[in-house]
Design a protein. Structure first.
Length: 387
């Protein structure tokens, strides 16, 4: 792995919370709205594709839209941003790999619970002239990465599950996938489409320790880590369905000692900045808490990674402390307490500032995130980097 902190291209990072964007409304959202993909449609309007969770932890991917003009939200006469409007569902749990149901003794189909389409990330890939979605399909075999594509960002076509060769030796349960928007070079030098993923290896309790203690005693690269998978671009240009066929996968980031020591995973789809590819990732810590059955309280926080433009397996910079962690009531209390989980990002080009005379550029992003698995919030991330 490459952690070139001595070549830090980032001068400063700041965060400003902007409040709640979406809260549960209606029967399909009884157990929360969370972890949205964020992207712009062909006309420039902003789409937030959120995970809407119905009773029994049944998840659907639902779209809301905010009108944008000239690269920024439309406003009224008082300067207030236009509200989001409901568009409809992008995906319902219909494919076999998205459903958890069985035929009971009575002969009727029984819903086991905890099924559906979860935690999407959407990337527009110019070379394909299509939007590509990664999402977690939670079916009978467990969580798997599934893919879909769209021409307009509204009507989605399933491709199927991501296919990673068995001889890679990776755990089949997998999450937190998101494509890079441009082709890159794989570690073997193949021009490829690249995507994050996180095999969900679990370390069992051993030697008198509990699961948390056993995990933290294991080497960081044996815990749940961020990997990048690669699909040769030429194969995908011949047939979009080949985008599911992974040919390389490399571990590129492991849990840190400073924070996020229990596990880590990708958050937002990467965006290009002067220095490289900017990614907002999440890290999980476990803190002793005698009042909980497990004896621990988890905390999901977020930091940033900057990858090399051509070879994203080379990491130029990462934050050695969270840029945002649970602090507000909505982040501390919900369906799952103590969670900040960024999954969507859009650049605010109207707020960008470049001052090359002083050697720096200020980039501004609105980041959308799950708040304690119940609400969707937004924070403004300002990154000052070398020009």
């Amino acid at each position: 792995m490459y952690h070139l902190k001595n070549k830090n291209p980032i001068i400063s990072v700041s965060v400003e919370r902007l409040g709640v964007v979406a809260s549960p409304q209606g029967i399909f959202q009884q157990e929360g709205v969370l972890n949205p993909a964020v992207y712009q449609d062909r006309a420039g309007n902003l789409i937030v594709m959120m995970r809407s969770v119905a009773k029994g932890n049944q998840s659907r991917l639902e779209m809301i839209r905010q009108p944008w003009e000239n690269g920024k939200p439309c406003t009224d006469a008082a300067g207030n941003e236009a509200p989001f409007e409901r568009v409809g569902f992008a995906l319902l749990p219909q494919a076999s790999y998205e459903r958890r149901r069985r035929v009971g003794e009575s002969g009727k189909v029984e819903f086991i619970g905890g099924e559906g389409c979860e935690d999407a990330r959407v990337t527009f890939i110019k070379q394909l002239d299509r939007y590509v979605m990664c999402y977690t399909a939670f079916g009978m075999d467990g969580p798997r990465i599934a893919l879909a594509w769209s021409h307009d960002g509204y009507k989605w076509h399933r491709i199927g599950l991501l296919q990673i060769p068995e001889d890679f030796g990776l755990h089949p349960d997998d999450k937190d996938a998101a494509f890079f928007p441009e082709p890159v070079l794989s570690p073997k030098g193949v021009l490829s489409l690249a995507l994050y993923h996180r095999p969900m290896v679990n370390i069992p309790a051993a030697d008198g320790m509990d699961v948390v203690q056993s995990t933290l005693s294991a080497r960081p690269d044996k815990r749940q880590c961020i990997r990048i998978a690669y699909v040769p671009l030429d194969k995908v240009l011949k047939n979009i369905r080949n985008i599911a066929n992974v040919r390389e996968s490399k571990l590129i980031f492991e849990p840190l000692s400073e924070w996020g020591s229990f596990k880590c995973g990708a958050g937002t789809a990467p965006v290009r900045i002067n220095s490289g590819w900017l990614e907002i990732f999440h890290g999980v810590d476990q803190f002793p808490n005698a009042s909980r059955p497990s004896g621990y309280q988890g905390r999901y926080a977020a930091g940033i990674i900057v990858h090399d433009i051509d070879r994203p397996d080379k990491i130029l910079y990462y934050s050695t402390e969270p840029v945002i962690k649970p602090e507000t009531k909505d982040e501390l209390e919900g369906i799952v307490n103590n969670v900040v989980f960024p999954t969507g990002i859009v650049e605010r080009t109207d707020l960008r500032f470049s001052h090359r005379a002083f050697g720096y550029t200020e980039r501004v992003f609105d980041v959308y995130y799950g708040m304690a698995d119940r609400l969707i919030g937004r924070f403004r991330l300002t990154v000052v980097e070398e020009a």
